[in-house]
Design a protein around this ligand. Structure first.
Ligand code: ZN
Length: 212
């Protein structure tokens, strides 16, 4: 599924040129090997075929994982200083958005990331949230509680789990009581505490749930 591109690159060690392969789109849910390379910090590395030295070379790419609600434009980190380039990219995105939306559930806001390290941080943080979510899911199973999906973009932003446990109602008071009970038995679940704080601050409707 990944989209490949070729480009002539000059080796910073021996100054010879060679053709290198890049990926312009990486599907995080499908291109598992490429996702591994990203997580291992090897995605940006090129090996010169002339001197066999390895060096870092960054190119723009899109990281897409609809199931995780991630659409990320990953740019070289020096782009952070180049607002004009970022603006151009955002315009490009708007022009392809219609095409991308044809794919189910792709109506979420993109992330603009500078340097693949920011993507790694996001992915590792997601693993962290998922681990805590798995524990909460198990507790809900044991306590025969129901769950609703929390919007992943909001969960990342506010450091919440990916699910909201509930019993009968989604009323603020009932939710707080239930979450407090879960948290009292499992003080390590810091995202349950964050969830309580978040719900406490809500005026009317909960606005961070995904549709079932
Ligand atoms: Zn070289």
């Amino acid at each position: 599924m990944a989209t490949e591109n070729y480009r002539i690159v000059r080796c910073p060690h021996c100054s010879n040129e060679f053709e290198a392969k890049f990926w312009s789109v990486v599907r995080g849910d499908i291109d598992i090997d490429l996702k591994e390379l990203i997580l291992n910090g090897e995605f940006n590395l090129l090996m010169c075929p002339h001197c066999e030295k390895i060096f870092k070379y960054e190119e723009n790419f899109i990281y897409l994982d609809p199931s995780a609600e991630i659409l990320a434009f990953v740019m070289p980190d020096y782009y952070e200083m180049r607002e004009d380039l970022v603006e151009k990219l955002k315009e490009d995105y708007l022009s392809i958005k219609g095409h991308l939306s044809a794919e189910k559930k792709l109506n979420f806001e993109p992330y603009y990331l500078f340097g693949v390290e920011q993507l790694v941080k996001l992915l590792k943080n997601d693993t962290d949230i998922q681990e805590e979510t798995d524990v909460i899911e198990f507790i809900c199973f044991e306590k025969k509680l129901k769950t609703k999906k929390i919007n992943k973009i909001k969960a990342r932003e506010k450091d919440l789990p990916f699910i909201l446990p509930y019993s009968e109602s989604l009323k603020k008071g009932d939710l707080l009581e239930l979450l407090n009970e879960i948290y009292s038995g499992n003080k390590r679940l810091k995202r349950i505490k964050n969830l309580m704080e978040e719900i406490e601050s809500i005026e009317d409707e909960i606005d961070f749930l995904d549709e079932d």
